[in-house]
Design a protein around this ligand. Sequence first.
Ligand code: AMP
Ligand code: ZN
Length: 115
Amino acid sequence: MTTDCIFCKIIAGEIPASKVYDDDRVLAFNDINPQAPTHVLVIPKRHIESLATVNPEDGDLLGHLLTTASRLATDLGLAERGYRVVFNIGEDGGMAVYHLHAHILGGRRMAWPPG
Ligand code: AMP
Ligand code: ZN
């Protein structure tokens, strides 16, 4: 637990969240400021700052995070029409919370290139 990290506080139960999925390694919850009809965040329970700071030893956890995102997207009914999974990294990436998270966005047509 990193004490000043809002997502670590959600994991610790100190800040409420609308949980979608929970296991021993990852947590998924609805984004508080949704950018699409479905907007879910999937985070590792262990604090990792961003995709820019992952190590080879994090591979199993990242694989679990992505396969969980895939399964959740299917369970949420997004797989047939499609959806987007986004990692924002650093300032130019538009990152606001420095605890690694995958955004699952779906339920509307996405634009490309992204803003
Ligand atoms: P990013 O810009 O990739 O760092 O995205 C951070 C995301 O976290 C944003 O989409 C926020 O709306 C979302 N967020 C921030 N605080 C909370 C919270 N307490 N509960 C749920 N989502 C949050
Ligand atoms: Zn954290």
